[in-house]
Design a binder for this molecule. Structure first.
Ligand SMILES: Nc1nc2c(ncn2[C@@H]2O[C@H](COP(=O)(O)OP(=O)(O)O)[C@@H](O)[C@H]2O)c(=O)[nH]1
Ligand SMILES: [Mg+2]
Length: 219
């Protein structure tokens, strides 16, 4: 699998050009590849087509506050299946999207394992987002929103619910990550908040706007 050469100085140069590494983590089958494909191509891959493999990385440029932000989004390409995602893989990540499947208690329980690895091996200023994917599976759901939020607050990370199938919150996730990372490196955008706090605020605003839409569409 080809990966761009990485080093600390490379990372610094990248940050100056608003290029960020975002990495997808989480158990096999939680929907990492689908989340990436939904964001990149706005389509959903179902069935066995992508079940055993992943893709290596995809670039996508988004515009935030009139600035171009290039996200290099890395998938684990199936290595997570063997728990062989090397720590060097995410050592120089700017952001980590850690997914679990709301219909799989095992994937949720394993979030603790992933988070303790992240705490040990990732950059101290890495921005982490805990993603509860497959929320469209309402009848099979076993992990409630409250359970996810409780775990996230225990580890002081932002929590969000998504569906790669319906597209719920997928674009928002990456844009919010982009905004938080931009703020981390660009003093003209910075308002003195930490990127994690910015991310939390953005997610809360997004939740409120969803509630507002719901309330108003029923009134
Ligand atoms: N219902 C539903 N299925 C999903 C969703 N995301 C992924 N899947 C399915 O879950 C399976 C595993 O997805 P995949 O992206 O390969 O997971 P990965 O191993 O984490 O990369 C596939 O059959 C997908 O179609 C989702 O949001 N909702
Ligand atoms: Mg995959």
């Amino acid at each position: 699998m080809s990966r761009p050469v990485s080093s600390a100085s490379n990372n610094q140069n990248n940050a100056q050009q608003n290029i960020f590494k975002v990495m997808l983590l989480g158990d096999s089958g939680v929907g990492k590849t689908c989340l990436l494909v939904r964001f990149k191509d706005d389509t959903f891959l179902s069935g066995s087509f992508i079940a055993t493999v992943g893709i290596d990385f995809r670039n996508k440029t988004i515009v935030i506050n009139d600035k171009q932000v290039k996200l290099q989004i890395y998938d684990t390409a199936g290595q997570e299946r063997f728990r062989s995602v090397t720590h060097s893989y995410y050592r120089d990540a700017n952001a980590l999207l850690l997914l679990y499947d709301v219909a799989s208690i095992i994937s949720f329980n394993n979030v603790r394992v992933w988070l303790s690895d992240i705490n040990e091996y990732a950059h101290s200023d890495v921005v982490v987002m805990l993603i509860a994917n497959k929320v469209d599976k309402t009848s099979e759901r076993v992990v409630t929103r409250e359970m996810g939020e409780k775990l996230a607050s225990e580890y002081d990370v932002t929590h969000i619910e998504t569906s790669a199938k319906t597209g719920l919150n997928v674009e928002f996730c990456f844009k919010a990550i982009g905004q938080a990372l931009l703020q981390q490196v660009d003093s003209t955008v910075s308002n003195g908040e930490s990127p994690s706090k910015t991310l939390n605020n953005l997610v809360q605003l997004n939740d409120q706007s969803h509630k507002h839409t719901l309330c108003c569409s029923f009134s």
